[in-house]
Design a protein around this ligand. Structure first.
Ligand SMILES: O=C[C@H](O)[C@H](O)[C@H](O)COP(=O)(O)O
Length: 370
C-alpha cells in the first residue's frame, strides 16, 4: 500500500534517529533511500559527509520501495543478503560454487555494500565447502612441509606473471599496427609489453616509435632496441598501453603504484586510444577492494601538507607521504615531486572526487575514470 507524505516523514524521522544503530550495510541502504526519496540526511552528518552521501546515492535509482544500483537490486539487510547467498552459492546441479563463481552469480543481479567481503567470508564457512578436498593436495602438502611460504609465493608469483604476460601480449597483438606511435606505460606489466613489441618489430619488420612514460620505460625501450620518440616531436599518439593497480566495475581505475602517474596521464591524454592491461588480481567491483595502498597523488614538494589536509578534510581517510625504501626520506618521482597515498575509508563518487582533487593547487593525482 502506498504511504502518504506524512507517513513517509514519520518513517524517515524514525530512520534518522535509529540509523546510528543499524548494521553498516543496512545503514547505507537507509541513508541512500532517504536521500533519494525525500532529500533527507542523517542529522549528525557534517556538510562534507552529506556531500559524500549525495555522490554515493547518485549511483542508485529508486523504484517503488526498492533501490537499484545500475540494473542490480540493492539488498537492504544482511539476512536478505545471506539468504540470497545460500540460493546462489549452490548451482542448479547441486554443485557448490567457489568464491569467484559465487561472486559472479550474485553480482550479476544484486548489490550490497561490502558484498565481495561477505562472499569471500561465507564460501569457506559453508559446511560442504569446508570439507571439500583440494585438487593436487598431496603434492602441495609434501612441498609445503618443507618450505611453506616460499613455495606458496613462488606458485602465486608464477601465476601472476603468466596472467600479466598473456594480457600484455594480447594488448600488443590486437592494438599495435605498422607505422604507429605507441605510448608505453610503466610498471612490471609493461615489461612484457615491451618484450612483445620488440618481438613483433623484429619478426614483422614493423616501423613503430615509442613514447615512454617514465625513466624506467625509457631505459627498457632503449635497451631492447625499440625507437624512442618524445611528445614534443610527435604530439599525437596512435595508441597508449599501460598497466593499472585496480579497475572497478564502472572502469574507474587506480594507477600510480609505481609512482609514474603524471607522465602516464599526459601520454594517455595525447593518445587516440588508451589500452589498460590488468591481470585478474586487479579486477574488483569497487575501488579499494583489491588495492589497499590508496590512490596515489603526485604533489609538488611544498604542497604536500596542504594537499594532504585538504583531501582528508573533504573526503576522510588518510593521505600519507610515500616513504622511500632504499633512500632516506620520501619517494621522489621522475618529475622531482612527492607522492601522497590516499587511503579512503568509504565509497565515493569517483568522478566528483577526481574533479575536486584536480582543483587543489599543487597536485596531480591518479584516479582515472575511463
Ligand atoms: O605508476 C605506475 C603505473 O601506474 C603502473 O601501471 C601500475 O602501478 C601497475 O603496475 P604493475 O604493472 O607493476 O602492477
Amino acid at each position: 500500500m502506498p504511504l502518504y507524505r506524512n507517513q513517509w516523514r514519520q518513517m524517515l524521522i524514525e530512520d534518522l534517529l535509529f540509523i546510528r544503530f543499524l548494521d553498516d550495510m543496512e545503514r547505507k541502504w537507509v541513508e541512500v533511500f532517504n536521500v533519494l526519496s525525500a532529500g533527507l540526511y542523517p542529522v549528525f552528518y557534517s556538510k562534507s559527509k552529506r556531500y559524500t552521501l549525495r555522490s554515493y546515492a547518485s549511483k542508485f535509482t529508486l523504484q517503488g520501495e526498492d533501490l537499484f544500483f545500475e540494473d542490480k537490486k540493492a539488498v537492504k539487510s544482511r539476512e536478505e543478503a545471506r539468504a540470497l547467498f545460500e540460493e546462489f552459492h549452490i548451482a542448479p546441479n547441486g554443485k557448490h560454487l567457489g568464491i569467484g563463481k559465487s561472486r559472479r552469480a550474485l553480482c550479476a543481479k544484486y548489490y550490497w555494500f561490502g558484498m565481495t567481503r561477505d562472499i569471500d567470508k561465507w564460501v569457506p564457512e559453508c559446511d560442504k565447502c569446508k570439507t571439500r578436498p583440494l585438487a593436487l593436495a598431496p603434492i602441495k602438502i609434501k612441498k609445503l612441509a618443507r618450505k611453506p611460504l616460499q613455495i606458496c609465493r613462488a606458485v602465486l608469483n608464477k601465476k601472476v606473471e603468466e596472467a600479466k604476460k598473456r594480457a600484455a601480449y594480447a594488448a600488443v597483438d590486437y592494438h599495435v599496427k605498422d607505422n604507429q606511435i605507441v605510448g608505453i606505460g610503466s610498471g612490471s606489466t609493461i615489461v612484457h609489453v615491451i618484450k612483445r613489441l620488440a618481438e613483433r618489430v623484429r619478426k614483422e619488420n614493423l616501423n613503430v616509435f615509442c613514447v615512454p612514460t617514465s625513466f624506467q620505460t625509457r631505459l627498457l625501450i632503449q635497451d631492447i632496441g625499440l625507437m624512442v620518440i618524445d611528445l614534443n616531436r610527435h604530439l599525437e599518439i596512435d595508441v597508449a598501453i599501460d598497466g593499472a593497480d585496480e579497475v572497478d566495475s564502472e572502469l574507474n581505475l587506480i594507477k600510480g603504484g609505481c609512482g609514474c602517474l603524471t607522465q602516464e596521464k599526459i601520454v594517455a591524454s595525447c593518445a587516440k586510444s588508451f589500452i589498460v592491461i590488468a591481470d585478474y588480481r586487479k579486477d574488483s567491483s569497487a575501488l579499494g577492494e583489491q588495492w589497499k595502498k590508496g590512490i596515489p597523488v603526485e604533489v609538488i614538494p611544498m604542497a604536500y601538507v596542504p594537499v594532504s589536509r585538504a583531501i582528508q578534510s573533504q573526503f576522510g581517510g588518510s593521505a600519507d607521504l610515500r616513504m622511500a625504501v632504499s633512500k632516506a626520506g620520501p619517494v621522489v618521482t621522475d618529475n622531482g615531486n612527492f607522492l601522497l597515498d590516499w587511503r579512503f575509508d568509504q565509497e565515493h563518487n569517483w568522478s566528483a572526487v577526481n574533479t575536486t582533487i584536480k582543483m587543489m593547487p599543487g597536485e596531480n593525482h591518479c584516479l582515472a575514470p575511463l
